[in-house]
Design a protein around this ligand. Structure first.
Ligand code: AMP
Length: 385
């Protein structure tokens, strides 16, 4: 199927004035950093989250502690805010639709439903001629055995929903691993995809405002430990042409979704002698993204401010890098003693205010500022509107 550019332009919004309230679903560190950016721009924030000790509550003006299917709480929340966004993609789509009856919700429920389901996501991307790993739909162990034989090589089984940081995922080296993999995903509806022999993992943070203008930050190089993001380096050490292509690809996705806000697009870079650098999209995250945390300290406008600007009907800021950067996630007990980081003057320290350091829990991050490489400018904004 050939993809078509959306014909509908976003309707001209009235930008929200200072002291308007931004409602945020989700109270983790992303909500906390969004609330910080909103406060700087003169907005109030209201966080809706089920956990009583949500780190975003420390920063926000108001909070609601309730589950996402509590309709009474959702309606009261909508009545108390001027615009609504979310900091994680597993917000029930029904909640987003319900809220959208009362207030604008950005990114909209369509973007949310595409990003929540790996199968829908891949169908959407492929319809727009964006390459993903070859995949098959899996609804039974028999189908898994059959499809893994057809792939004839290593592959990865992924649950269609609720997978993140490698959860809900199992690698199969051969069809004989099928039963174990099916058990790992507890028989959930899944996709099987070819294992991609990538050179590196990169991501691009892109954004689109309510007028249709788009921008993208420099692609970053991401390394993972135990499936959790460990380090992001900006810019990724890739050819300028590949940088430009990666950023253009992320912008195509926000345009195709008629998207408003910040998005994270994760890609595999595959290098081949014959075809040069190939970019294969692994995942889109309809929100601010961990691999964009470096922008807080090394870009003219950080991703959190950018998201708040976009959803409140303001124009985007410049995405240009002001330094090269290396962002290191602090996981579990790694954030207990921050003094070594404070002793480095060009390291910026971020702690998320979480009291309990569970293994694998993201507790904070640090960004090391490096001399600006003389790469191409990252920051141009295209104004379609
Ligand atoms: P995901 O939950 O899809 O982001 O996957 C988590 C991590 O697993 C990725 O960052 C990759 O390191 C790895 N991974 C996922 N899918 C594939 C694949 N098809 N081929 C190779 N590695 C993969």
């Amino acid at each position: 199927m050939t993809a078509h550019r959306p014909t509908s332009k976003p309707t001209a919004p009235r930008p929200l004035p200072p002291l308007s309230t931004v409602g945020i679903l989700g109270g983790g560190q992303l909500g906390r950093m969004l609330a910080g950016a909103a406060a700087r721009l003169g907005f109030r924030t209201h966080i809706f989250a089920p956990e009583k000790d949500s780190p975003a509550f420390d920063i926000a003006t108001a909070k609601t502690v309730a589950v996402y299917d509590d309709e009474t709480a959702l309606d009261a929340f909508a009545a108390a805010v001027d615009v609504i966004t979310y900091e994680f993609e597993n917000v029930p789509v029904e909640a987003a639709f319900r809220l959208a009856h009362h207030r604008p919700v950005f990114p909209d429920a369509n973007a949310l439903s595409v990003a929540q389901d790996r199968l829908k996501e891949r169908i959407f991307l492929n319809n727009w001629d964006i390459e993903t790993a070859p995949h098959a739909t899996i609804d039974s162990l028999d189908a898994l055995v059959c499809e893994s034989e057809a792939f004839n090589g290593p592959c990865v089984l992924k649950t269609r929903r609720f997978g993140y940081d490698g959860k809900g995922q199992a690698k199969l080296n051969s069809p004989s691993d099928a039963a174990r993999a099916w058990e790992t995903v507890a028989g959930a509806r899944s996709i099987l995809e070819a294992f991609v022999p990538f050179e590196m993992e990169i991501s691009v943070i892109a954004c689109r405002d309510r007028y249709g203008a788009t921008a993208a930050y420099a692609a970053t190089h991401n390394t993972h430990v135990n499936h959790i993001l460990s380090v992001s380096r900006a810019p990724a050490p890739i050819a300028p042409e590949t940088q430009a292509r990666a950023r253009a690809l992320a912008v195509r996705i926000v345009d195709a979704l008629n998207y408003v806000g910040v998005i994270g697009v994760e890609m595999f870079l595959v290098r081949s002698k014959e075809e040069g650098d190939r970019l294969i999209v692994n995942e889109i995250a309809p929100r601010v993204h961990n691999s964009g945390h470096w922008t807080l300290d090394a870009a003219v406008t950080d991703q959190f401010e950018q998201h708040i600007r976009a959803i409140t009907g303001h124009h985007l800021g410049d995405t240009k890098r002001t330094a090269d950067a290396e962002m290191l996630n602090l996981i579990g007990d790694e954030a207990e003693d921050l003094t070594p980081f404070f002793s480095e003057p060009r390291v910026k320290v971020h702690h998320y205010g979480k009291a309990e350091a569970r293994p694998g829990r993201k507790m904070g991050h640090v960004t090391r500022l490096l001399p600006l490489s003389n790469g191409r400018p990252d920051g141009s904004i295209s104004r379609n509107g």
